[in-house]
Design a protein around this ligand. Structure first.
Ligand SMILES: *Cc1c(COP(=O)(O)O)cnc(C)c1O
Length: 374
């Protein structure tokens, strides 16, 4: 295993953020599902989260529940990505609840429980005990990723769960914003969701336990006191484990949140004074794009052994003060160190802060060591 790049994960800071966001949510009557997909559910981090007083944990990839399947099993597991029909056995084995947007998928879950009760029941007390699998129906409010679009279909799904299915329980309605369509979570969007929830409650003949108003992009509404009180569940990943988008993209500052739970260290492999403008005919880079280059004359540049394969793209990483990330290819990142605050030489280590995507990429690589600090 190469020594660098190396991830540093600070569990004390993670704990701090889990509890800070948890408190903010609870003060506002909101159940917080802590989302672990942003760091690929790495075991120590997920266990650290389960050790806190959390309402539930959630992810979009079932494998990420596997390692913690037996750990604090009373804390509910929520599947975030609309489940594939081909993964229903794992869904039933590893989770208690799922977001769903297809009647066919509801039927497949129901049929699987009905027809395979004994096989699936292995290790899953809930089904052995005849408990129902919990469903949150997803409504698309314009971000155009998952969710029902036609209200009649949403109503039909509600009818199916409440009056036909024997093994499913409708526990809520949810939506997702700011993922594909870049749509902002606003009080207006939340009110649309609440209005739909009221309609479904009439169809279902019961109150819905959860009105799930989105992910981290809905957190600013809570922090700014603009979240309608009927919204009582959020699913928060970035806002807990990375905590950069809120201040950077949404101009929202939550007291006590730390943005350096994950850091990445990389080693300098070359230092040279070089021109800043490429010399020769400019065609395209390693990935077929042509970035804009600016001529700033000769500057001191460092290469680090870290690349796009490790962190996705260079906009997702930020070096220490005085050092600028200027470019990257698969396995090299070019830094401008002309204004660095310290004297750098080959073999020195540079620390980077990571945005959401970079944490997701780096934690998915088996060849990047993760050092746990507690
Ligand atoms: C990823 C995801 C979330 C959490 O998103 P964050 O931005 O990390 O808070 C919530 N809901 C769904 C459906 C998701 O896929």
């Amino acid at each position: 295993m190469r020594e660098y790049p190396r991830l540093i994960l600070d569990l004390k800071k993670l704990k701090n953020n889990v509890n800070a966001v948890g408190e903010l949510c609870h003060k506002n009557g909101i159940t917080c599902a802590v989302v672990i997909k942003g760091f690929n559910g790495i075991e120590q981090a997920t266990k650290c989260i389960l050790d806190q007083d959390v309402d539930m944990i959630a992810t979009s990839r079932l494998e990420q529940f596997e390692e913690v399947a037996g750990y604090k099993p009373k804390i509910p597991r929520l599947m975030l990505r609309i489940p594939a029909i081909s993964e229903i056995d794992d869904l039933l084995r590893l989770t208690d609840m799922s977001l769903v947007s297809e009647i066919d998928t509801l039927k497949a879950i129901e049929d699987r429980i009905e027809s395979g009760k004994t096989a699936i029941a292995k290790g899953k007390k809930r089904i052995e005990n005849g408990e129902k699998y919990k469903i949150i129906l997803m409504q698309d409010l314009g971000d155009l990723r998952e969710g029902f679009w036609d209200e009649s279909e949403l109503v039909a799904a509600t009818r199916y769960i409440t009056s036909e299915a024997k093994n499913l329980e409708l526990v809520g309605i949810g939506t997702n914003l700011g993922c594909y369509g870049s749509i902002e979570a606003t009080p207006q969007k939340m009110r649309e969701l609440i209005a739909l929830a009221k309609k479904l409650e009439i169809v279902a003949g019961k109150k819905l336990q959860y009105i799930s108003g989105g992910g981290s992009t809905s957190l600013p509404l809570v922090a700014n006191g603009k979240m309608p009180s009927e919204i009582n569940m959020l699913r928060i990943g970035e806002g807990i484990a990375i905590a950069k988008d809120l201040p950077n993209l949404w101009d929202c500052h939550i007291d006590g949140l730390l943005d350096d739970i994950f850091m990445l260290k990389a080693e300098i492999i070359e230092i040279k004074e070089k021109p800043t403008y490429p010399q020769g005919n400019i065609k395209c880079d390693a990935f077929g794009f042509t970035p804009k280059y600016e001529d700033e004359g000769i500057r001191k540049r460092a290469l680090v052994a870290l690349g796009k394969l490790d962190v996705g793209y260079l906009e997702l990483i930020e070096a220490e003060k005085g050092i600028k990330v200027v470019g990257a290819s698969s396995d090299h990142t070019i830094l401008d160190i002309e204004d660095a605050k310290r004297d750098l030489k080959v073999g020195d280590i540079i620390e980077f802060k990571l945005k959401y995507g970079a944490v997701a990429f780096a934690t998915s690589r088996s060849d990047i060591a993760c050092e746990i600090v507690d």
